[in-house]
Design a binder for this molecule. Structure first.
Ligand code: NAD
Ligand code: DAU
Length: 342
């Protein structure tokens, strides 16, 4: 299967490409992957350094909003698209919402229209539980038919994209599937998000900035569990359907922070309560019985196991995250790709 993965140099996209093409996958030879990524600050080719010369993998530096480029890639016999490309950080969306509308909405429309013209067999839009808004403490988890109620420019842009995808299915019978996953953590996550920021700050004995009272709740899922769900959706997901993906890992931010400090043997005095995020969603929780029943998927990692594994990964990959914090990771593209261009 020849697949276009967009945003494959980011956190979840690179984990997904590793899952498909890694030596542990007995079906790795069945896939040919084109990775289209704009390499924003969040794109890091060092995440995929071991695949740079793999004969079934090709990286293309470009923007999903570039219709001509997307068209030319789809001409090469692409059968499926899985769209990870997005501006993904809520805090940034508060200050640069226009960037989020451009990539997360306009970019998706460009992909959809090119994919429709080229009669792509499957399109997966990787969306988020944030499109459902915020839950009260006792409310049941979001279901696929929970009304959309996004509260940040980020989640509003993702909700808009989901509605566009839905409209292409309804209007043109376009073979799209939407997935909505909860908060991911694990290897290769950019250290601006809660878990990698707090692990790397604690390792450097820097303060951990907890927003508000620290009691906001998220459902945490290990990125490998999310990627296994996406691989199943690629094989067996039904056109026009939405699948929620969750981790059975509801915790508040203080609980996560204290677990990280315990795993690293660091003191609680590193915690700093700071001004809350504007519009901060109080709680997310996901009802994912549909994907369990229809596709036979369930998360494998418990949160405790997953966090221990993740902390060990950041401990062993200090060079990787230090190169991000210093900005040196931006050189990889120049060294391995750009100098070979005509
Ligand atoms: P990320 O920010 O780590 O990676 C995004 C990638 O997209 C980067 O490589 C970036 O360079 C690329 N990109 C951005 N704009 C682009 C453009 N215009 N054209 C091509 N490439 C572009 O994000 P992530 O955490 O890996 O999330 C991936 C997807 O999963 C996003 O769509 C996000 O909304 C969704 N999601 C994330 C989470 C989470 O917890 N991180 C949970 C649910 C869903
Ligand atoms: O729910 C899925 C979403 O999870 C994805 O769609 C987003 O792409 C992803 O970024 C994530 O959004 P959150 O806003 O939940 O993740 P973040 O890591 O930014 O924050 C998690 C919680 O931690 C949230 O309640 C805010 C809080 N926080 C975050 C940071 C970065 C802090 O208290 N301090 C911080 O420094």
């Amino acid at each position: 299967m020849k697949i276009l993965v967009t945003g494959g140099a980011g956190f979840i996209g690179s984990n997904f490409i590793h899952l498909l093409m890694g030596p542990e996958n007995p079906h790795q030879r069945d896939y040919e992957v084109l990775n289209l990524d704009k390499l924003t600050y969040a794109g890091n080719l060092e995440n995929l350094a071991n695949l740079a010369h793999h004969k079934h993998y090709r990286f293309i530096h470009g923007d999903i909003c570039d219709g001509k480029l997307v068209d030319s890639l789809l001409e090469s016999g692409i059968e499926a698209i899985i769209n990870f490309a997005a501006e993904s950080h809520v805090d940034r969306s508060l200050y640069e919402p226009d960037l989020f509308i451009q990539t997360n909405v306009v970019g998706v429309q460009v992909l959809l229209h090119a994919a429709l013209r080229h009669k792509i067999k499957k399109f997966i839009q990787v969306s988020t539980d944030e499109v459902y808004g915020s839950l009260s403490p006792e409310a049941p988890g979001f279901r696929e038919d929970t009304p959309l109620s996004p509260n940040s420019p980020y989640s509003a842009s993702k909700a808009a994209a989901d509605l566009l995808v839905r409209s292409y299915f309804k209007t043109y019978g376009f073979p799209a599937v939407i997935t909505r996953c909860s908060n991911n953590y694990g290897p290769y996550q950019f250290p601006e998000k809660l878990i990698p920021l707090f692990i790397t700050n604690a390792l450097e004995n820097k303060p951990l900035p907890v927003y508000g009272d620290g009691l906001n709740v998220r459902d945490w899922i290990h990125v490998e569990d999310h990627c296994r769900a996406l691989a199943l959706v690629l094989q067996k997901g039904r056109e026009g359907e939405i699948y929620n993906i969750g981790g059975n890992g509801e915790r508040n931010n203080l609980e996560i922070t204290e677990t990280i400090l315990n795993l690293l043997g660091k003191p609680k005095s590193l915690i700093r309560f700071v001004t809350d995020r504007p519009g901060h969603d109080r709680r997310y929780a996901v009802d994912f019985r549909k994907i369990q029943k229809d596709l036979g998927w369930s998360p494998i990692y418990s949160l405790q196991e997953g966090l221990s594994q993740t902390v060990r990964w950041y401990l062993s990959q200090e060079e990787w995250w230090q190169r991000i914090k210093s900005g040196a990771y931006r050189d990889f593209y120049r060294k391995h790709y750009q100098e070979r261009l005509p």
